[in-house]
Design a protein around this ligand. Structure first.
Ligand code: AMP
Ligand code: MG
Length: 372
């Protein structure tokens, strides 16, 4: 079956007290097998009825998503998991009591009752209960679990506003429910519970430090900071370039704010002299160092408070597209708390373009914005 272009409607709701008629309409679209984008407390999701194989297949067409990249199923309460999964690990109710509704996705065995695209044939399924009144109301109105990846075109930065969704997916989804900006700004933490030890496949809103008191030691999958050397990533989504703005992004990391700024300014000057339109992604603490030099500066939050960086990260990356820069030089932040999720997304957006800033005086070779 060919994916048909479709008119996209956009309906606004109050995020805390969503209009009942809009929610009913979103539920009806999902019941009929349509696609509905809606806000969650992480980013906007692109939802389909997780039991409807054709609707789930349409998610992949609409996003241009590789078919081997499975989807997260959103349910409205932990108890409904029993309707779909035969064996629930004993730790799930504990985690659910502490973190649901919230930005924690659990990967467990089973999931055969869901449409095949949901599990990607892995024999495991990823599930969570979102903490957003609009998302919860839509799941209830659909009367079914809702499969929902982020509502961006595959490879692009995730959407944190309805406008981002429309930029990527207008004409490809039936309805966008606009509930204002999504909260956290980065996606959920994906935690694999299928092995001997719990493993974070994707860092997100719930941190390792928050999980360990409940679970004991939690491992970080090697792919989290881009260290996976060959082999098959355990979270299929982690092998694709992702979160990327249109211009190449170079991520500078390793030093403190002023060391990063010093190194970025050297490169910016060199690139600008060569005629490139240079974008700089900087934190509030160092922003003043870049002003008045003709660079396109986007300030992304406070280095000392990674939550503020997470909240504006994707909008900031998309802003560079609108500015039409040729290259982006980005400051890294410390990997503490939700900073790990931010650095995971920035490293993925950078591809291999990571510049380790030397904190001693050894010369470093400089960057080339065109790869050989
Ligand atoms: P998103 O597209 O933002 O919803 O991302 C969903 C993430 O969860 C991707 O990285 C997927 O690869 C991952 N994921 C979904 N289902 C599974 C699963 N059954 N096993 C491992 N990872 C999964
Ligand atoms: Mg995504």
């Amino acid at each position: 079956m060919v994916f048909a272009a479709r008119p996209t409607r956009c309906l606004a709701v109050d995020p805390m007290h969503p209009n009942a008629a809009v929610i009913r309409e979103a539920g009806n679209v999902l019941r009929r097998g349509g696609l509905v984008a809606f806000p969650t407390e992480t980013v906007y999701g692109l939802g389909a009825n997780a039991l409807d194989a054709r609707a789930v297949a349409d998610i992949f067409y609409a996003k241009g998503r590789p078919v081997d990249n499975p989807l997260i199923v959103h349910i409205d309460r932990a108890e409904s998991l029993r309707d779909y999964v035969a064996e629930i690990p004993p730790v799930v109710p504990q985690l659910a009591a502490r973190f649901w509704p919230g930005p924690l996705t659990l990967v467990i065995r089973g999931g055969e009752k869901f449409a095949p695209g949901v599990t990607g044939g892995l024999g495991t399924v990823a599930v969570r209960v979102p903490a957003h009144p609009v998302a919860l109301a839509i799941i209830r109105a659909a009367g079914a679990p809702v499969a929902a990846p982020s509502a961006n075109a595959s490879g692009r930065p995730s959407p944190t506003t309805a406008a981002h969704v429309l930029d990527d997916l207008a004409g490809r989804v039936d309805l966008v429910v606009d509930g204002g900006p999504a909260g956290l700004g980065v996606e959920s933490t994906v935690l694999d519970l299928t092995g001997e030890r719990p493993v974070i496949l994707r860092p997100g809103g719930v941190t390792r430090q928050e999980l360990e008191p409940v679970l004991g030691p939690v491992e970080l999958d090697k792919s989290v900071l881009g260290e996976a050397a060959g082999g098959r990533p355990r979270s299929p989504g982690m092998k694709y370039t992702h979160y990327a703005p249109r211009a190449p992004l170079f991520l500078f990391e390793g030093g403190d704010g002023s060391q990063l700024a010093k190194r970025i300014l050297e490169e910016a000057e060199r690139l600008a002299a060569a005629g490139h339109k240079v974008g700089v992604l900087a934190c509030e603490e160092t922003a003043a160092l870049y002003r008045g030099k003709g660079y396109h500066l986007v300030v992304v939050g406070r280095r000392s408070d990674p939550g503020t960086v997470a909240a504006s990260l994707y909008e900031s990356l998309r802003r560079f597209d609108r500015l039409g820069v040729d290259v982006i030089l980005a400051e890294g932040i410390p990997c503490d708390g939700v900073g790990l999720a931010v650095m995971n997304r920035l490293r993925r957006a950078a591809g291999g373009n990571i510049v380790a800033v030397c904190t001693d005086d050894s010369p470093d070779p400089g960057i080339s914005i065109y790869k050989p």
